[in-house]
Design a binder for this molecule. Structure first.
Ligand SMILES: Nc1nc2c(c(=O)[nH]1)N[C@H]1C(S)=C(S)[C@@H](COP(=O)(O)OP(=O)(O)OC[C@H]3O[C@@H](n4cnc5c(=O)[nH]c(N)nc54)[C@H](O)[C@@H]3O)O[C@H]1N2
Ligand SMILES: Nc1nc2c(c(=O)[nH]1)N[C@H]1C(S)=C(S)[C@@H](COP(=O)(O)OP(=O)(O)OC[C@H]3O[C@@H](n4cnc5c(=O)[nH]c(N)nc54)[C@H](O)[C@@H]3O)O[C@H]1N2
Ligand code: SF4
Ligand SMILES: [Mo]
Length: 707
C-alpha cells in the first residue's frame, strides 16, 4: 500500500517546511517539499532531502542502553559495543526514577537539571510534557538562551513583539539588505522571493564578516568587522537623519524618543564608524542614502549579529532603521528577524509552570544553559547531581567545551540522554533512551520565518523501541507517581489546548481544520480564509503602529533599558574579545566558529550522504594572516587561546578579511583528535538576554607541531 503523509520539518530552521512523505508497506520511501505550500514551494534543503538516510541510519539508537564502561570521548556507539548494555524500558524508567527519588531526598529537587534545546521545534515535543514533568518535580529551571535571546531582547526592546516582514513580501522589495543572514545556508526558502525581486530590478546588499554563498552572489557585499554592527546601524542613521531622509510623519505618529536618537547618532559620524567596522565612510553614506531612498527596502536580519557580546544593542540599533524611514508602511519594506510572536499558542497550558509552585512553594532556581560547564563544576547549594538531556547535544554545541566535558565526566553526576543517535553527549551518559524522529510521531508546528501553522502527521511506526519526548515524560511521570491529570492528556487534547490561547490570529483555526488543510495561514484578516495569497497581502504588522512596547510605540528610547543600566537609546560597546575590546592584546585574531551550510548545528554531521557535502576540520584564514605565520593552504595548524587548543587544516582564501579566521561546528567524536571548535568559545554572556557569544572570540594560530 502506498500513501502520502503530510508532515512539517521540526528542525531548528526559520523555514519550517511542509513535507510530503511517501510510505509504502510501512516504510518511508520518499520525501519531498510540499509544492502547494507558499514558502516551501516544493523543495527541501540538501540535508533534509536526504532524510531517509537519517531515519534509517544503522547508527540510530533503537533501545534503552545502560553504560558499562567509564564515561569518556569516543565511547562506542552501538548495541554491539561493549560500552553499553541493552535494557528494557521498564528497567530504564525504574533506574532513572529511583535515582531521582534518592537525589531529591539527599540534595533537594533542584539538584536535577533538564537540558534541552532545538533538536525538535515541534510544539509538543519541544515544550509540553517535559516541562510539566520537571515543573512538577521542582527541578532547576533551564534558561534556554544558547541561540537567540540577545536578538530577541533587542528586537522586543523596539517593537515589543517578535513580528516582522512576511517572507512572501520580499518579492516586492526594491532594496534588500541581508544583514548577518546566510540565506543560502540557513534560510534557503527566502531565496526564491529574493530572486523574483531581483528579476524586477531589486538590489541585494550583504553585510557579513564571512563571504557566504549569499555574499558571493550579492550586488554589493560589505565585509564588516565582527561585533561592530551597532556602530554601523547608528552611523547609517546619522546620515539618514543629517540628510533629512527620515520619515517625520511616521516617526511622529508611531515612535517614541526620536529626539534622543537624533542626539545619540551625532556620536557616530561615518568616519568614526569606519574605524570600528572596517567599512569605508563613503560606503556607509552610500548605504544610508540607498536604503532610505530606494523603496520599498527590506532588511533580512538574522541571528549572526547577536552571537556577539554587544549583540542585543546591535539588533536594537538595526531594528530602529525601518522605524526611522517609515519603511514598515510598505509592502516589501520593514524588517524580519523572527515571525514567531504571531503564533501565540497557549504555552502556559502546555508547560504548566504553576506545578512548580505546588511542588516547591516557590519558583525553582534558574541555570543558564550557556554556562553548563560552570554549573556542573561550580554550582553548590545544591550541586547538580542529575542531568537529563533531550533534543540537544551540549557536548558539541555548548561554549567552553573543556569545562563542559570536565563536568560531564564527574563520576557522581547521573546523566540521562534521550537521543536519536550516539552523539558527543551520549559519550558521557549513564543511560541512553531511544528517540523518534518526526517521521515517527505527531506534532503541531509553528515557524520563525513565516506565518503558517501546520500539523505534522506521523508517517511510520517508531523504529525499534523509540519513544517521542512526550511519551518519555509521560512514562516518567507515571513511574514517579505524579497523579495530575495533565500527564494523561493525549496528543490531540494537547493540540486543542495549545490552540486555545485567546490569540485573535488563531480565530477559526482548530485541529479539524488544520488536519484537513495540513497547513493554515494565521488569521490576520479576521475571518478564516482559504486564499493564502489574499491574506498574505494584508499583513503589514507595523504599518499603522501596533507596537507592543510599554508605550505602544516603537521605542527609540526605552525606559526599561535605562532601568537595567543600559543605554536607553543604543550605543556601540566593543566586545571584550574583539579587535577594539579590552582583551585585544591577549590574542590577535577574531574567530567565527560558524555553522555548516549543510548541517544543522551539530545535527546531520554523522549522516554520510550529507557529510559528503561539507569539508570538516578546516580553518579559513586570509593570506595576509597566513603568510607571516608561514601557513600555506592545506597546512595543519594549531588554533588556541586561554581556554584550549584545536588542530585544523588551513584553508587560505578570501572568505574572511585580515584579522578574522573562521571554522565550523562539528561533532568532536567525528574529528581526528576528538576536538570541538567550542573548546575555543566563551561562556561570557551577551549585553542583553543572557545569550551566548559564540562570535566574540579571540585566538592565535600557528603551524602545528604535530605535522
Ligand atoms: N544549514 C543550516 N541552517 C541552519 C542552521 C545550521 O546550522 N545550518 N542553524 C539554524 C539555527 S539554530 C539558527 S539560530 C538559524 C539562524 O542562523 P543565522 O542567524 O543565519 O546564524 P549564523 O549562521 O550564526 O549567522 C548568520 C551570518 O552572520 C554572520 N555573522 C557573524 N558575526 C557577525 C557580525 O558580527 N556581524 C554581521 N553582520 N554578521 C555576522 C555569519 O558569518 C553568518 O554568515 O539558522 C538555522 N538554520
Ligand atoms: N560554535 C558554535 N556553537 C553553536 C552555534 C554556532 O553557530 N557555533 N550555534 C548555537 C545555536 S544557534 C544553537 S540553536 C545551538 C543548537 O544546539 P542543539 O539544540 O543542541 O542542536 P543540535 O546540535 O542540532 O542537537 C540537537 C540534538 O537533538 C536530537 N533530536 C532531534 N530531535 C529529537 C527529538 O525529537 N527528541 C530528542 N530527545 N532528541 C532529538 C538530535 O539528534 C541532535 O543530536 O548550538 C549553538 N552552538
Ligand atoms: S531544515 Fe529548514 S530548509 Fe531544511 S527542510 Fe527543514 S525547515 Fe526546510
Ligand atoms: Mo540557533
Amino acid at each position: 500500500m502506498k500513501q502520502t503523509v503530510h508532515a512539517a520539518c521540526p528542525h531548528d530552521c526559520p523555514d519550517a517546511c511542509a513535507v510530503l512523505i511517501t510510505v509504502e508497506n510501512g516504510r518511508a520511501t520518499k520525501i519531498q517539499g510540499d509544492p502547494e505550500h507558499p514558502v516551501t514551494r516544493g523543495f527541501l534543503c540538501a540535508k533534509v532531502a536526504k532524510y531517509l538516510d537519517r531515519v534509517y541510519s544503522p547508527d540510530r539508537v533503537l533501545y534503552p542502553m545502560r553504560r558499562l564502561a567509564s564515561k569518556g570521548a569516543g565511547t562506542g556507539s552501538g548495541p554491539q559495543n561493549a560500552a553499553w548494555q541493552r535494557i528494557s524500558w521498564d528497567e530504564a524508567l525504574e533506574e532513572i526514577t529511583a535515582r531521582f527519588h534518592q537525589i531529591v531526598q539527599e540534595f533537594g529537587s533542584e539538584a536535577i537539571l533538564p537540558y534541552s534545546f532545538g533538536g525538535t521545534l515541534g510544539t509538543l515535543n519541544s515544550g509540553s510534557m517535559d516541562r510539566r514533568f520537571f515543573h512538577r518535580m521542582g527541578a532547576s529551571q533551564l534558561e534556554r538562551t544558547i541561540c537567540s535571546s540577545a536578538g530577541e531582547a533587542g528586537l522586543e526592546s523596539v517593537l515589543g513583539v517578535k513580528l516582522g516582514t512576511d517572507p512572501e513580501h520580499f518579492r516586492r522589495s526594491r532594496y534588500i539588505i541581508a544583514w548577518a543572514s546566510n540565506i543560502h545556508g540557513n534560510n534557503v526558502h527566502l531565496w526564491p522571493f529574493i530572486t523574483e525581486a531581483r528579476r524586477n530590478g531589486a538590489k541585494l546588499v550583504v553585510i557579513d564578516p564571512y563571504r557566504t554563498r549569499t555574499a558571493a552572489c550579492a550586488d554589493w557585499y560589505l565585509p564588516i568587522n565582527p561585533g561592530t554592527d551597532a556602530a554601523l546601524a547608528l552611523g547609517v542613521m546619522h546620515v539618514i537623519i543629517a540628510e533629512n531622509l527620515h520619515d517625520p510623519d511616521y516617526i511622529a505618529r508611531y515612535t517614541l524618543g526620536f529626539e534622543h536618537l537624533r542626539e545619540k547618532v551625532k556620536e557616530y559620524p561615518p568616519e568614526r564608524v569606519a574605524q570600528w567596522t572596517g567599512i569605508p565612510a563613503a560606503d556607509i553614506r552610500r548605504l544610508a542614502r540607498e536604503y532610505a531612498t530606494i523603496r520599498p527596502a527590506a532588511i533580512r536580519l538574522n541571528y549572526g549579529v547577536q552571537r556577539s557580546q554587544s549583540g542585543g544593542m546591535a539588533t536594537r540599533a538595526i531594528v530602529m532603521l525601518p522605524c526611522t524611514t517609515g519603511s514598515w508602511k510598505e509592502l516589501g519594506g520593514g524588517l524580519q528577524l523572527s515571525t514567531s510572536g504571531a503564533f501565540g499558542l497557549n504555552s502556559q497550558g502546555l508547560k504548566r509552570p504553576d506545578l512548580m509552585n505546588a511542588a516547591l512553594g516557590r519558583t525553582a532556581r534558574v541555570v543558564n544553559m550557556v554556562e553548563l560547564g560552570k554549573a556542573l563544576n561550580h554550582l553548590s547549594d545544591p550541586p547538580i547531581q542529575a542531568l537529563f538531556v533531550y533534543g540537544s547535544n551540549p557536548a558539541a554545541v555548548c561554549p567552553n567545551h573543556n569545562e563542559v566535558i570536565r563536568g560531564l565526566q564527574r563520576p557522581d553526576l547521573f546523566t540521562v540522554v534521550h537521543e536519536q543517535f550516539f552523539t558527543d553527549t551520549t559519550d558521557y551518559a549513564d543511560i541512553v533512551l531511544p528517540a523518534t524522529t518526526f517521521f515517527e510521531h505527531r506534532d503541531l508546528q509553528t515557524a520563525y520565518g513565516h506565518y503558517y501553522l501546520q500539523i505534522s502527521d506521523q508517517a511510520i511506526e517508531p523504529l525499534g523501541e523509540c519513544r517521542s519526548n512526550v511519551e518519555v515524560f509521560r512514562s516518567l511521570a507515571e513511574k514517579m507517581g505524579f497523579e495530575e491529570e495533565c500527564f494523561q492528556q493525549t496528543i490531540d487534547e494537547m493540540m486543542d489546548l495549545a490552540l486555545k490561547s485567546g490569540n485573535p490570529w488563531l480565530d477559526g483555526i482548530d485541529r479539524d481544520w488544520l488536519q484537513k488543510k495540513s497547513w493554515v495561514r494565521l488569521n490576520f484578516a479576521g475571518a478564516r480564509t482559504d486564499d493564502a495569497s489574499q491574506s498574505a497581502k494584508e499583513f503589514l504588522p507595523f504599518a499603522k503602529g501596533g507596537f507592543r512596547t510599554p508605550s505602544g510605540r516603537a521605542e527609540l528610547y526605552s525606559e526599561t533599558l535605562r532601568a537595567q543600566g543600559l543605554d536607553p537609546v543604543a550605543n556601540f560597546d566593543p566586545p571584550e574579545e574583539s579587535r577594539h575590546g579590552t582583551r585585544r592584546q591577549a590574542w590577535p585574531l577574531e574567530l567565527l566558529a560558524r555553522k555548516s551550510d549543510n548541517f544543522l548545528n551539530s545535527s546531520f554531521c554523522n549522516v554520510s550522504s550529507v557529510a559528503e557535502l561539507e569539508q570538516p576540520g578546516i580553518l579559513e584564514i586570509h593570506p595576509a594572516d597566513a603568510e607571516p605565520r608561514r601557513i600555506q593552504d592545506g597546512c595543519p595548524v594549531r588554533v588556541f587561546n586561554h581556554r584550549g587548543a584545536v588542530e585544523l587544516l588551513a584553508k587560505v582564501n578570501g572568505a574572511v578579511q585580515p584579522g578574522v579566521v573562521a571554522a565550523r561546528l562539528n561533532w568532536a567524536r567525528l574529528s581526528k583528535n576528538s576536538q570541538s571548535i567550542n573548546t575555543l568559545t566563551s561562556e561570557k554572556l551577551s549585553d542583553m538576554g543572557n545569550s551566548a557569544t559564540f562570535y566574540s572570540v579571540l585566538v592565535e594560530v600557528e603551524l602545528s607541531q604535530q605535522a
